[in-house]
Design a protein around this ligand. Structure first.
Ligand SMILES: [Zn+2]
Length: 266
């Protein structure tokens, strides 16, 4: 009897875990579909809410059943319902990526205000990474959005407000000096602002780690890209800084502790 009870309880627990994961994933791919709209329209200065989505070739206005994240793409096998024009694989990739990120963040942070902040941060960074990779520009509005997340963070963690305030300046001020000295060739203005608002959200320690990680990732991956595809020498830092910020937000404290213990014996 006891074993049966245990089995039922275990079953209910596993089932509810699966259910929550599925809900978080569906929520993630839905937001992911909005990110696609942002990624395509922000660089063109188009509204992200007013104009309805349409096929780039024939102008067919997408119906609600064409806009179901991930599933519509799979169902239509990546083609426009009307003219058969290929739909960019980027749409389902961004949707799936955002869904997976939300599930990962949920697994690591549980159900808290941080979960919400980090999910929104992850989405904002995804938009920044793709737009910067393509256009070498980081949209000002997305930086402002991350700054707003920082304000919520400080308001919900008031006892550590100095960490966040120092975070705003710790990386951005040296970068800004570099920006002035190199007249914008050493680093982009958008990168400077990104490191300011991210510091305000994740605190100065994690932000320094984020910048170091971003630089390491950037130099390694860029070198490989240049070797393999003879890519241009212009380096968009946005995608690498974004990756660094996300890693630092989720595992920064643990990484810093580990580093201090191993290398500095603290
Ligand atoms: Zn079409």
């Amino acid at each position: 009897m006891n074993i049966l009870n245990l089995l039922i309880k275990g079953g209910i627990y596993i089932l509810s875990c699966v259910l929550i994961t599925v809900i978080v994933f569906l929520y993630g791919i839905t937001i992911g579909s909005f990110l696609n709209v942002c990624i395509y329209r922000i660089p063109k200065k188009e509204s992200v809410v007013v104009v309805r989505s349409h096929c780039m070739k024939c102008g067919y206005q997408l119906k609600w059943y064409d806009l179901i994240p991930l599933f519509s793409y799979l169902f239509l096998r990546g083609r426009c319902r009307k003219c058969g024009e290929k739909i960019s694989i980027q749409y389902p990739i961004i949707e799936a990526f955002n869904g997976v990120m939300y599930v990962l963040i949920f697994m690591f942070t549980g159900l808290s205000i941080n979960t919400l902040l980090y999910c929104l941060l992850s989405s904002a960074l995804t938009v920044i990474a793709v737009i910067d990779f393509r256009t070498y520009e980081i949209p000002f509005g997305i930086n402002i959005f991350i700054g707003c997340l920082g304000v919520i963070r400080v308001a919900t963690d008031l006892s550590h407000w100095t960490d966040y305030l120092i975070g705003f300046f710790s990386v951005s001020v040296p970068l800004y000096l570099l920006y002035i000295v190199t007249k914008g060739r050493g680093i982009g203005g958008g990168d400077v602002k990104l490191m300011a608002v991210s510091g305000f959200l994740i605190g100065w320690k994690c932000n320094i780690l984020a910048f170091v990680l971003g630089c390491i990732l950037g130099s390694v991956i860029h070198m490989i890209r240049m070797r393999v595809s003879k890519a241009e020498h212009v380096l968009a830092m946005g995608p690498y800084l974004s990756a660094g910020i996300m890693i630092a937000a989720l595992w920064g404290e643990a990484l810093i502790d580990w580093y201090l213990r191993i290398f500095l014996n603290l």
